[in-house]
Every structure is written in C-alpha cells, then in structure tokens.
Design a binder for this molecule. Structure first.
Ligand code: ATP
Ligand code: MG
Length: 692
C-alpha cells in the first residue's frame, strides 16, 4: 500500500547514518563547538548537587571542620584559643595556599558546644568513628588529642565565617549557572542552526533532483508522495539532528557522569539507587517495541487522512456537482475514526510508560531514603551526601526516559532518511549527453525530422500494442507549419512531448536542424522551443509572473506588447488589477479561452524559433475562438510551428497536415489536397462542418 511505511530491519543502518553524517560535515565546526559546550553544560548539571553537598556537609551541618593553627601574632589569625592562633581556611586558601600553615586543628561540634582539637583525625570527619570526650581531651578510635572549648564569641566568629563561605559558594554557583545559561543558549542556537542548515541543503538537493527528473518519473510517482518526501521526511530528519542525535549524546553523557560521580561519593548508596535498573530496562524495552508499532500505525493513518483531504478538497467541485458530500464525508469519518483509535492507542502506551518510569524512580528514591536516611541518623553518612543523591537519582532517571522516547524518533527518522536517499538515488532517465551540442545565436533554423519513430510510455515494451507511436516519419522545413489531427488518444500530444525530449524514443530518430536531439544539450534544445500545452497550468501569482515565468529580462512593457499581440490584453486590462491580478493555482478564476490566450503570450515571450501548440479540447465560445485563431495566425508567421488542432478551422493555412490514427501517420498533405483525397481528413472535416 502506498501509505505503508517500509519496515526497516536493522534499526541502526550504518550506511544511512554515514550518508547523513556526510551532510553534517559542512557544519562540522558549529557542531564541534556545540558538542564541546555540551560537555560544559553536562558538567554543570553534575556539579550543582555536589556543591549543595559541600554547602551542607562542610558549612551547614559539619561534624568537624579543619582549621590552621598559627603562632600568636599572625596577622591572619581569626581568633586565639588556649594560646593557639586559629585560621579559617577559606575556599581560596584551600586551593592555593594550603602549605603555608603546617599545623592543623579541627573544630568539633559536640552536643553542648564546639571544641578546638589540637591536631586532626581523618576518622573524625568520616562517619562511624569511635569518639570518647573527656574534659580537655578527645579520644578518636583510641588516639588521644587535647581539646579546648570555644567561647561564645569564638563560636559566633566561627559561625559568621561559615555563613560567609555559604555566601561565597552561592555566588560561585550563581556565576556558573549564569555561564551555563549563556552556554545553553548558544549551544541550542548553534545546534538548531546547524541542523536547519543541513536540512536546508538536503531539501534543496532533493528539490533540485526532483526538478530534473524525466517526466516518466512523475508518471510513476504521485505528487502527494513526493510532497511528503520533501516536507515530512525532511522534517523527521531535522528532528533527528536537533532533538535526537546531539541531545542523546548529552543524555548518555549525563547518565554516565551521574553514575561515576555517585559511585565516587558513596558506593553503597549508588548500588541502592541503581537497584531498580532491571525494572527500567525491561519496561523501556517493552515500551520501545510497543511504541514503535503504534507510532507506525499513527503515521500510516495520518498519511491516509492527508491524502484523502488533499484529493477531496481539490476535487470539491466534482463532489458538489454529483452531490457526493455525504458519502465522501462518511468515508472520511471512517478514516478519521481509525486515526483516533491509533492515537488513543499511542497515548495509552505513553501513559503506561511514563508512570512506570516514575514508579521505578520513586522506588529508587524510597530505597535511598530508607538506607541513606538510616545511615545518616547513625552518622554513617553525611546529610549532604543524601541530599545530593536525591538530586542525582532524579538526574539519572530523566535521560533514561528521554532516551527511550527518542529511540523511536530516531528509528522513524532513519526510515525517512532511507526514503529520501532512495529518491535521491533514482537517476533521471533523460540526461544530457557527455559532449552535448549547442545551437548558438542565429545558427538555429528550426527544421524538424521524425524518422521511423517508435515510442512507448512503458520503458520495456513487450508487444507492438505497447507502442503509442509506431514508425512515425515526417519532416517540416524551417518556418513551415505542421498540423496534427486525429482521434483522441492517437498520439498527437505524445509527438510533441518527444520533440521536447520529455521522453526518449525506443527506435528511430528525431532530428532538429539535422542533429539528433539526443546529442543536444537539453536546456539548449528546450530554449529553442516554445510550447502551449493542452491544459494550461497557471502558477499561483499574478498574470505578469505567469507570462514571464521568473525571467527578469522580460520587461513589463514587453509583456503588455506580447499580450496585446495575441489578443490577451483585452481581457487582462478588464481585470481589476490588470497585469497584477492574482491568479490561483491551475487558474480556476480564468476561463479556458483566457487561459489559452495567456499561454500564447507565455510561449511567445521567449520568442522561440519553434512553436508548439496543443490546442485545448474544451469548447470555447465563437468570439474567443476567433481571437485565438487570429492569435495563432499571427504567432506562426516566421517560425516553425507544430499545431495539434481539434478545430480544423485553425489549420487550414498550415503548410502540412498529418492525420494520425492509432499511433501511425494515416494521411499527409495540405488542406486542399486532403479534402480532395476524400479520406479520413475529409470525413473529419465533414463531421465538423456538417451544419455550415
Ligand atoms: N504519461 C503517459 N503514460 C502512459 N501512457 C500515456 C501517457 N500519456 C499518454 N498515454 C497514452 O498514449 C496514447 C496517446 O496519447 P496522447 O496524449 O498522445 O493522445 P492525443 O492524440 O494527444 O489525444 P487527445 O486528442 O485526447 O489529446 C494514449 O493511449 C494514452 O493513453
Ligand atoms: Mg493530446
């Protein structure tokens, strides 16, 4: 089915990835900067809980705090206790100046006050030491230290110091966060910029590729599908670059970093936190498979809705003419309900996954509080560690959740990438020859020769019946006019398409000025030929732009001149805004005859040596028909013309008339000769003019 998303067997296709990365190469510097910034940002994420830990354990609820002991009279002494100068190690000294003081002491918080210990014991600050306090001394794990109680004023001095340290920490933290904010902004901006740029380049390449495909490609690929490629699939890839690729890298980094930092702080609590990992992994796996299935389902359904909408809205006129509103609506309702069902299904999968993850997180948190809280009460672990772990646990679960959800986006982007690359790899069947010939300036005369041309729209025709043209031969000299007539489906439009090399023929030759058109540069060939197609296509825009087709070298005056020449000016100047009047796509606001006259002007604006005219089959009022006929007579003078005519009145002056029948040339001659012959042309003529 057309809407079906192709199943990709390997979820990660290295080849696809490699091709995508090649597009990213042009943006490597931006991506590199942005990834480096990501390291910083992740680092800050990891540091913040740690700073909290320092604040709590070292300054808010410290069991003991190391100080320096100086000789009395030292200018930096904060206070003197029992003949010893006490110096608080500020954040700065701690890093730069720690060797200045050789003797260290500890301020120890007891139930009733603070003691200054002469000397330090690592065991005291670590949890679980055996401490015995006697007046004037403290025994830590069997080692005796002398102590002095701090006075009220000394305690106040000490607390003030701790408060100032907290302030300093907060300031540093604030600064880091500010920097982090700036980095995050630049990081996000650069990342999105690079992704958009990559997708921009890809989209341009894709459009350019589609633009240059041969028409047979468009016969096979419905417009809707191509539009989806360029819009939806491209958007998926954009999403992959922005939300998946680089942020996933950040998630992994954060996940890994969190575990490392946690393990470094406290191994036992880390194990406690990670004990729910099996639950997480199992549910993530289940989620991934389920979500993938429903997401694919939703995508298929939304594609169906879009296609149905597009088709029905463009065919609304027919729907209303035939009173099909109700039945079409019912059809739409079925599709819409289907979509709703899958969407609800998708919601369900997500609605189960997120709470499951939250449950795992809550279990981890409870276990943490249970073990960690118990240990904190027993003084086996510092309070700050516990607080930091609570944050780290949260930080650990978030990327897991994100990664599982992003995995699906990643997979569907890979599917999109595959489809886009498939399209890009499709080669145009019609390409320029290796050494193309060109007509320069005036050397082009415009004679046309068809020599035993066999053509089938099927690239590998099996039987004669598959051929639309069966051995067609004819020739017209430069400046002559050729008319093609014949029943519908006899191959007239096909001949025109071949002349412009929209398709390549299977057998025979088409020569223009004696050169096989397959040896000519395509752009050069098409430059020489102006075409007025059977159904005139107008682009959304104004009348002017539809005549000049983005060729800036054609002036407004010239447009008016040409329009007047082909009798189009009369109706254009009656429009409210004249040449600036907006026309809609397909030109539904203009009549068929008006569109035809407009297309004459368009073809003539480029002053081609060869003019091809595929007359509209629709009926046109007599007045417009006269205008058109007059216009045709004017524009065929001085150039080689091929006219496909449905109204024989148009072509009575043609130098040569070819009657086509089922892909073969049935009769050739001018108007008079063919009438005298009394064959098919004569019959056609009689049929059209029996009332006259
Ligand atoms: N793009 C296409 N792919 C496949 N078959 C095509 C395509 N275009 C035309 N045909 C077939 O080729 C045959 C000739 O079509 P063509 O458009 O040349 O007829 P025509 O003489 O211009 O008819 P009309 O007078 O109705 O415009 C028809 O049988 C048609 O079904
Ligand atoms: Mg036709």
């Amino acid at each position: 089915m057309e809407y079906q998303e192709k199943e990709i067997h390997k979820s990660y296709d290295a080849k696809l990835m490699w091709r995508l990365i090649k597009y990213a190469k042009a943006q490597w510097l931006i991506l590199l900067i942005s990834i480096l910034m990501m390291f910083f940002i992740t680092g800050v994420d990891l540091v913040i809980p740690y700073v909290t830990k320092i604040a709590i354990d070292d300054y808010i609820t410290p069991v003991s705090q190391t100080v320096y002991l100086s000789e009395p009279g030292d200018s930096r002494t904060d206070f003197v206790s029992n003949g010893k100068g006490v110096v608080f190690p500020g954040l700065i000294e701690r890093t730069f100046d720690r060797t200045v003081y050789e003797n260290k002491g500890q301020i120890y918080k007891t139930g009733s006050g603070f003691l200054l210990i002469d000397g330090t014991s690592k065991n005291l600050s670590s949890s679980g030491a055996e401490v015995v306090i006697t007046p004037g001394s403290i025994i830590i794990d069997g080692v005796d230290y002398s102590t002095t109680p701090l006075t009220e004023s000394q305690i106040a001095n000490f607390k003030t110091y701790n408060k100032s340290q907290i302030t300093l920490l907060t300031l540093i933290l604030g600064l880091i966060l500010l920097l982090n904010f700036a980095f995050s902004f630049v990081h996000t901006y650069l990342l999105n910029y690079a992704s958009q740029k990559i997708v921009y380049n890809m989209r341009e390449q894709l459009f350019n590729h589609v633009e240059n495909m041969s028409l047979s490609f468009f016969d096979k690929n419905p417009v809707g599908r191509l539009v989806t490629r360029v819009s939806n699939d491209m958007e998926n890839i954009n999403e992959m670059f922005t939300t998946v690729l680089v942020t996933s890298l950040k998630d992994f980094l954060l996940l890994f970093g969190t575990v490392v930092v946690m393990a470094a702080i406290n191994f036992k609590l880390t194990v406690v936190c990670l004990s729910t990992i099996p639950l997480v992994l199992i549910s993530a796996q289940i989620f991934r498979t389920k979500a993938r299935a429903v997401q694919r389902e939703v995508k298929v359904k939304i594609a169906k809705i879009n296609a149905t909408l597009a088709e029905n809205i463009s065919g609304m006129k027919i729907i209303q003419i035939f009173n099909r509103e109700k039945s079409i609506f019912d059809d739409f309702d079925v599709i819409n309900k289907d979509f709703l069902k899958s969407s609800v299904q998708e919601t369900k999968v997500y609605a189960i996954f997120r709470p499951t993850m939250n449950l795992a997180y809550s279990i981890s948190l409870s276990l943490l509080l249970w073990f960690g809280g118990g240990d904190a009460i027993m003084n086996l672990v510092e309070l700050g560690v516990l607080v930091a772990f609570i944050t780290y646990t949260q930080q650990f679960f978030r990327p897991i959740m994100d990664l599982s959800e992003k995995f699906n986006i990643f997979q569907s982007s890979m599917a999109s990438a595959e489809r886009i690359f498939m399209l890009l790899d499709e080669e145009s069947l019609i390409v320029n020859p290796e050494h193309p010939k060109r007509f320069e300036g005036e050397e082009f005369k415009g004679s046309i020769v068809f020599e035993d041309v066999w053509f089938s729209y099927d690239e590998n025709p099996k039987s004669v019946d598959d051929y639309v043209l069966k051995g067609v031969s004819f020739e017209i000299g430069s400046g002559e006019s050729l008319a093609l007539v014949g029943a519908t489906g006899s191959g007239k439009t096909t001949i025109i398409s071949l002349l412009n090399r929209f398709y390549d023929i299977q057998k025979g030759h088409i020569y223009i000025d004696g050169i096989d058109i397959r040896e000519l540069e395509m752009e050069n060939l098409r430059e020489q030929i102006g075409i007025v197609l059977q159904d005139v296509f107008l682009f959304a825009g104004d009348i002017k732009s539809n005549i000049r087709l983005h060729d800036k070298s054609i002036s407004d005056e010239r447009i008016k001149e040409i329009a007047t020449y082909v009798n189009a000016d009369t109706f254009i100047s009656k429009l409210r805004k004249g040449y600036d009047e907006e026309v809609t796509e397909r030109g539904s606001t203009l009549s068929a005859g008006q569109r035809q006259l407009l297309s004459f002007a368009r073809a003539l604006a480029f002053d081609p040596k060869i003019l091809i005219l595929d007359e509209a089959t629709s009926n046109i009022d007599t007045e417009t028909e006269l205008l058109i006929q007059d216009a045709i007579n004017k524009i065929i003078t001085g150039r080689t013309t091929v006219i496909v005519a449905h109204r024989l009145s148009t072509i009575q002056h043609a130098s040569k008339i070819i009657v086509m029948c089922k892909g073969e040339v049935r009769e050739v001659g001018n108007h008079q000769e063919l009438l005298e012959k009394g064959g098919m042309y004569y019959d056609l003529y009689k049929l059209q003019y029996k009332d006259h």
